[in-house]
Write a protein that binds this ligand. Structure first.
Ligand SMILES: NC(=O)c1ccc[n+]([C@@H]2O[C@H](COP(=O)([O-])OP(=O)(O)OC[C@H]3O[C@@H](n4cnc5c(N)ncnc54)[C@H](O)[C@@H]3O)[C@@H](O)[C@H]2O)c1
Ligand SMILES: O=C(O)C(=O)C[C@]1(C(=O)O)C=C[C@@H](O)C=C1
Length: 383
């Protein structure tokens, strides 16, 4: 098995587990791969193995507590994995999928990626016709201008959308299995086709990155003659340009991969800017105000991400057998003991397989009392 670089082991979790532990392999535990790993790390029933081509990075993944084990061997990471997340820059995705496809993979395993563009990787995996494995394209619609394992955060995806791009040949069972695993990210999982994904994400993510970078570079060129540009830059400039600090390689790959979509979007952008230019030339103040009104109205309809709302809850996990009435019994016993349960979530529910319940409480005292009560009902409880 993969080299446990730090000697860290999750045997504490696996010994109390009655169901088979699922192995999740993360190829490239940077900002996105590392944040995903943290969603499952330490949760009952999962073992997270990180892969990096660089031994120092693999060591860092373990030292930062992002994964249980890490290895520089692609084969070791992939061996027996139930889920394989390819989290490297877009230009490397097809190559990783080729290499994974050439390895002895666990029958029924799911390979997915997190790339910001979907059409090319989905078409590539489709052409490859993986033996015994299913590829499902994925893209969490959350991120940051930071990069690397140090920037990874367990709550990065909370309440964000997580797009899956299955094709007509993807089995519904495989989609469901991936959806179920992604529940731990607390993202809202949606499925759309890869081409629509690239068209939409081109407009709401890739084009804004180009605009931010162009604007920063325009101002930087004025600043060469006068440092006051930089020093006076305030909230407006910072707000619109935060994303210009994104990782150059990650963004090089995204933009070149979505080139066709972006060239069309840049034509539209040029028309939009030309429209502004005409309003200014005509000194059409009302026209300008109207553009602001329309933009403000659309912007006010953007979905609000209520991040951090759920993480303030106190939670525990309970192993439950696959028997009718068990969930109701636990909820009733907690109610009778006046323990306020704020949420109950079934993490795993398949015929003949024990399930895991996630119980959430607003008050730490309620959690403590539940943890004391539940073992007396005959169920294992852990955090
Ligand atoms: N940054 C974002 O906001 C964001 C959001 C959603 C999805 N994505 C996508 O996620 C993927 C990873 O991006 P990230 O932001 O986590 O970047 P990152 O730089 O934080 O992580 C990239 C990972 O890939 C590895 N890697 C880089 N070059 C490599 C190479 N030549 N060979 C092997 N491994 C290599 C790095 O070691 C690192 O682990 C990209 O495909 C990106 O499009 C990014
Ligand atoms: O918040 C940021 O910094 C991001 O750039 C995140 C962002 C985006 O454009 O919204 C960037 C790339 C993605 O693939 C998904 C999300």
């Amino acid at each position: 098995m993969g080299t446990d670089i730090s000697g860290f082991s999750r045997s504490d979790i696996s010994t109390v587990q009655s169901q088979p532990v699922k192995k999740i392999a993360i190829f490239g535990a940077g900002l996105i791969g590392g944040s995903l790993a943290l969603c499952w790390k330490g949760k009952p029933g999962y073992r997270i193995v990180g892969h990096s081509v660089n031994p120092k990075s693999a060591e860092k993944y373990v030292a930062l507590g992002i994964v249980d084990e890490a290895t520089t061997s692609l084969e070791e990471a992939a061996l027996d994995a139930d889920f394989l997340f390819v989290c490297v820059p877009v230009s490397l995705l097809n190559d990783y999928i080729d290499r994974l496809a050439s390895l002895p993979l666990k029958p029924g395993c799911i390979i997915t990626d997190v790339g910001s563009t979907k059409a090319s990787v989905v078409a590539h995996a489709e052409r490859l016709r993986l033996q015994g494995a299913t590829f499902i394209g994925g893209h969490p619609m959350a991120g940051s201008e930071r990069s690397g394992a140090e920037a990874a955060k367990a709550d990065l995806f909370e309440n964000a959308y997580y797009v899956l791009t299955p094709t007509a040949s993807t089995s519904p069972e495989a989609i469901e299995s991936l959806r179920e695993l992604l529940q731990w990210t607390r993202a809202k999982v949606v499925a759309i086709d890869a081409d629509s994904h690239d068209a939409i994400v081109g407009a709401i993510s890739h084009l804004p990155h180009i605009i931010a970078v162009a604007l920063v570079n325009q101002v930087a060129s004025y600043n060469e003659a006068n440092d006051l540009y930089r020093r006076l830059a305030a909230g407006g400039f910072r707000d619109i340009t935060r994303i210009a600090s994104g990782d150059p390689i990650v963004w090089r790959d995204i933009l070149t991969n979505n080139r066709g979509v972006l060239l069309g979007l840049l034509d539209d952008w040029q028309r939009e800017i030309d429209g502004f230019r005409r309003l200014l030339e005509a000194e059409d103040g009302e026209g300008i105000a109207e553009r602001f009104r329309a933009a403000g109205e659309f912007r006010s309809q953007l979905p609000e991400r209520r991040k951090g709302m759920i993480t303030s809850l106190h939670e525990c996990y309970v192993n439950v057998p696959d028997q009718p009435g068990v969930i109701g019994r636990i909820a009733t016993e907690l109610g009778q003991a006046c323990i306020n349960l704020s949420n109950l979530h079934i993490i795993e529910s398949r015929e003949d397989v024990p399930g895991v319940l996630r119980l959430s409480f607003r008050e730490a005292a309620d959690l403590e009392r539940a943890v004391a009560l539940i073992p007396s009902l005959g169920y294992e409880v852990y955090f």
